[in-house]
Design a protein around this ligand. Sequence first.
Ligand code: UDP
Ligand code: MG
Length: 323
Amino acid sequence: MNRHTQYSIVVPVYNEELVIQTTYQRLKEVMDQTKEHYELIFVNDGSRDRSIEILREHSLMDPRVKILDFSRNFGHQIAITAGMDYAEGNAIVVIDADLQDPPELILEMIEQWKEGYDVVYAVRTKRKGETFFKKKTASLFYRLLRSVTDIDIPIDTGDFRLMDRKVCDEMKKLKEKNPFVRGLVSWVGFKQTSVEYERDERLAGETKYPLKKMLKLSMDGITTFSHKPLKAASYAGMLMSGAGFLYMFIVLYMKLFTDSTITGWSSLIVIQLLFSGIVLLILGMIGEYIGRIYDEAKDRPLYIVQKAYGIKNQNICRGQHMS
Ligand code: UDP
Ligand code: MG
């Protein structure tokens, strides 16, 4: 393995033809300032636009540009994972392709790394140009995740971060099929610190994270790091049977010692709907876990690389290589 590469920048790319050119330029400008050897690993996550052609042009001109071309869209988290599998640098930086994460911040991260920190993650103090809905749900999610998980996942932090080689090596041993990368980084531990930044608007194009993908990501976060939702079933069950038991006495008392009879079609329906709702919800929650257990049991490769450009390192551990 080429240990002379000091920095690896991993960039997941999904339909980013409008921005990728500028992203490359900005990253290059920033990384040139370090005066050290670096590589830019673009992971093309099954883009259906011209992203791969544009990347290809860059890689032909600049040998530091490397490309992993997936056989289809495997998802943002898996794209990052693959980039980390192939990265050769002593420090690995993960950054979005849409320039919402300012590349200039990488220099600050590098400073902290040189001070001796193993993970430097970027905390968003502000998010510009995103919908109210996205900001609110994201903020809520980070707080919910924090309250249900047992490990310390930093709040308002995405995947924009720098990791030391040893952190990356430990992460490579984790072969989860539904990886929640930012959680796994916290899980492996080591000396971690943060830098703050204001999240810019996406340079062009639209978000590649529709509600469906956001939900999947948050479910991955919760299920991989917490068993609490499973326990919720037992608590809800205890509460409900307790309430039912009490109510039974009230009904018996009224039947035996008073003249009033309870009429209650509507209340019965309400209770019926409420309880079957809760039961189905809990069943669904259990289903989320079972589905993930099934994914692990099938043990399929995490991703398929149909073509790699400029990459020597064939030591991939979590995916499959075709060529
Ligand atoms: N992305 C990806 N695969 C996907 C969805 C997104 O590789 O299935 C990449 C995308 O190209 C971008 C990053 O992940 O570099 C973050 O996506 P996006 O900016 O759309 O998310 P948002 O910032 O809106 O949450
Ligand atoms: Mg974005």
